[in-house]
Design a protein around this ligand. Structure first.
Ligand SMILES: CC(C)(COP(=O)(O)OP(=O)(O)OC[C@H]1O[C@@H](n2cnc3c(N)ncnc32)[C@H](O)[C@@H]1OP(=O)(O)O)[C@@H](O)C(=O)NCCC(=O)NCCS
Length: 440
């Protein structure tokens, strides 16, 4: 089940009182947007677009977004003294979504998106009030973790978030990238975005639990990738291919565009927007198809996993340039629930000390000493204890290592974890590098 449809409690709970009062003292009003109200939602969308410096949507586009927004908690902050008082001066949109953790498991997480504050109202604490409100609301809803993808990596550390899943941008020189990988036995064929809409999503769901860091998504996040948003001019250049295995079952797809080089027809540029595969065969079949595309000399691929096998499937390792960056930021709100949700690589027992400036006052179950006991199956029981700790860190570092991709030993070297990082390293490491393949 998609977590975007996991009940409606998050739509019904009122705004956080602490932040409402704080903002009211500054002459501002924190409130929920009624997505059934066309004018209110249009004004909210206008504020969000303005906040990200993107073009305002047409009426049809806003109406399409309003349809998706029905399952999201949409919040604004209004300054009633403004010339256009209906347009909020701050926006955010949140919803619960399943987040994959190591061990083919997932936990319900609070996805935060659309955080903007108008440039006219910046740096007076509005974003802090809005984000802390969302964290307290998540805690009130018993959600063990909050997550976001960020415009700038300087903003969210102060709220206890840390990058826990990295992503890579690849540049492939196809002239050097002679294929030496397996030749898949299935078939690659062009399909329309509409054909991919149901079948492609079924593949996304099928592979979701294989990689920590992936989230359950549909609605706008899926339709946007398929170019199905009203007025998306760039969508006209999208191409979709599907890989079917030898038995005819769809096992993967790729969405890409090719930009012609008018000056040299042998130097076109292919941009890979999304490639999802449920089998090794589908992965090889789709990448081989892309790498061998006639007239294309360069492929750039955005948001690829840190452990991409492609480099081992081509003759020249250096045909692929890799730029790694932080992508998914997470913030544990409930240490017991978050740590018990995943499995661990080795059995053992360790007492972890956690500091959290936001902590108990915000209703978070994070601060203190926690004993993590992992049995021979990799499952954990976590209990608050009064014992001396073996290793200590702040909630940021615990959030960073939680998905198994950030090394506790590296954090210890950086001075951000003190104590027995070696045991943590052995327990927390995930055999599959965490990765999130979309922005939200
Ligand atoms: C980022 C943004 C939401 C911040 O809003 P804001 O109301 O100015 O932030 P606040 O005044 O509440 O700042 C809270 C703290 O974050 C800091 N901060 C805010 N924006 C920051 C940034 N871009 N980089 C570094 N620090 C930042 C503030 O200095 C303040 O620090 P302090 O509490 O230690 O003094 C706003 O500038 C914005 O809308 N930017 C463009 C859209 C965007 O990037 N949104 C984020 C999407 S992930």
């Amino acid at each position: 089940m998609s977590a975007e449809h996991a009940g409606s409690r998050h739509l019904e709970i009122g705004v956080d009182g602490t932040s409402r009062d704080l903002l009211a003292a500054d002459g501002l009003r924190l409130g929920l947007v009624d997505t059934a109200d066309e004018a209110a939602f249009a004004a909210w969308t206008e504020a969000e677009s303005r906040g990200f410096h993107s073009a305002a949507g047409t009426t049809e586009h806003v109406e399409q977004r309003r349809g998706y927004a029905r399952v999201r908690r949409t919040t604004g902050v209004w300054d009633d003294s403004e010339a256009n008082p209906l347009t909020p001066v701050a926006t955010t949109q949140v919803w619960p979504a399943e987040l994959t953790v190591p061990g083919h498991r997932s936990l319900p997480a609070w996805a935060i998106s659309g955080v903007t504050v108008a440039p006219t109202h910046r740096r007076r604490g509005i974003a802090r009030a809005v984000i802390e409100a969302e964290l307290r609301t998540a805690a009130a809803l018993d959600l063990p973790l909050a997550m976001l993808t960020v415009s700038e990596s300087t903003i969210y550390g102060r709220f206890g978030f840390a990058p826990s899943a990295m992503a890579c941008d690849l540049t492939v020189d196809t002239r050097r990238a002679r294929w030496i990988g397996p030749v898949a036995g299935g078939r690659v064929q062009f399909v329309s975005p509409q054909q991919l809409r149901v079948g492609g999503h079924e593949i996304v769901e099928r592979v979701r639990l294989a990689t920590p860091g992936q989230i359950a998504y549909d609605g706008i996040l899926w339709d946007r990738q398929l170019g199905l948003m009203v007025g998306d001019e760039e969508a006209k250049t999208l191409r979709c291919v599907r890989y079917d295995d030898e038995s005819g079952m769809a096992q993967g797809f790729a969405i890409f565009r090719v930009k012609e080089n008018a000056g040299d027809f042998t130097n076109h540029h292919l941009t890979l927007l999304h490639l999802v595969s449920a089998t090794a065969d589908a992965y090889a079949g789709l990448w081989r198809f892309l790498v061998q595309m006639d007239l294309v000399s360069t492929i750039t691929a955005h948001l690829r996993p840190p452990d991409e096998p492609l480099r081992w499937m081509i003759a020249d390792h250096r045909a692929v340039g890799v730029t790694e960056f932080d992508h998914l930021w997470t913030r544990i709100l409930d240490v017991k629930a978050a740590l018990e949700a995943r499995t661990y690589a080795t059995p053992g027992r360790i007492v972890v000390g956690v500091a959290d400036p936001l902590g108990a006052a915000a209703g978070l179950h994070t601060e203190g000493a926690w004993v993590l006991e992992v049995d021979s199956t990799g499952s954990a029981v976590v209990t608050a204890v009064g014992e001396p700790v073996d290793v200590s860190m702040s909630i940021n570092e615990l959030s960073a290592i939680h998905l198994g991709g950030v090394s506790p030993l590296v954090l210890a070297q950086a001075g951000r974890v003190t104590g027995d990082a070696t045991t943590l390293e052995a327990m927390f490491r995930s055999p599959v590098a965490p990765w999130l393949s979309i922005w939200f």
